[in-house]
Design a protein around this ligand. Sequence first.
Ligand code: RAM
Length: 376
Amino acid sequence: MRSGAAVIRLLMVVALALAMGSAVGLRGGGVVLAQDEGMSCAGEPIGAGASASPTAGSPEAAMAASPTGGGEALDIAFLPKDVENPYFGTAAQGGQEAADELGGQFQQVGPAAADAAEQVNFIQTLTQQGVGAIVVSANDPDALSPALQAAMEEGITVVSYDSDVAAEARQVFVNQANSEQIGRIQIQIMGRLLDCQGEIAILSAASTATNQNAWIGFMEDELTKPGYEAMTLVETVYGDDDDAKSLEETVGLLTAYPDLRGIISPTTVGIAAAAQALEQEGRAGEVQLTGLGTPNQMRAYIDSGTVQEFALWNPADLGYLAYYTAAALLNGEITGAEGDTFTAGRLGDYTVGANGEVLLGPPFIFNADNIAEFDF
Ligand code: RAM
């Protein structure tokens, strides 16, 4: 039976969702799923601030829109953090899809492990080859900058996606979702899982990763809000987006903090490895786990109950949008200035925001009720 407080909470969520016009959504299998995610420990709607795909148009609008193309040949190379990570494999599928639509070329190159120095070598090689555009997800915002700036001096268009570089080293950053929202939502979910109480730790990717560090900054800030007094972040460790290291670091956390009640892993590699570690160490259920994962990598852990919920966006859409953005820059349709607009095929219309940022849309929370809808 619902308590009176729970009913009031539910009514508040419904009222807020109505007031906001729409809730967090993700396009999957052609449908947009809407979410009402309840209230955070601080008494705010979980995922608040979601501007519900502000720039993503409807599929119908996208079909009517004219494709970006027709200008100079599109020779666009993706350089992810590493090529072994399935997340970037899915993003590459989106890049290839966009290339096929625009009649452009697509290639993906990159290191086998998430390593900034190796990314620099790839940037230099792509520059020598004279590609039209480099689309890069950075393992380190600063280490990559000189090589990217040299590429830009040679006339190469540079777009960052997923994990940004220093602003002067790219024209546009295609961000998967608002960084603040991605950071806060993970603490909000953990708060719900733990009833706002207990020791938590973070298992991140590389210690220099731009995206994870931005999200962790907002996680720490969320924890300072009233309502989180009994939730303590004990340590942040780094698994470098490597399966074995991430597993090892998780076991290290479980050993070092016997009272640990939760782990947040804002990386698709880390969260899968942490789930495996919890099962292997017999701590599943006792230690809650959330963060950012792909449905395909997390399905087994949702099924076993080791993980109840986690967040992400569609990496294929991110790659698709990044390719269209690079194409729009190459064709002179946009320069990367705030207010520039372009159409990204089936995703619809986008506007370049402050700091040369293009936003894909809000993050989505996956759980046992909806995970079957997604295959990536
Ligand atoms: C990993 C990578 C990537 C990040 C996702 C959530 O795949 O670190 O950069 O965006 O996790």
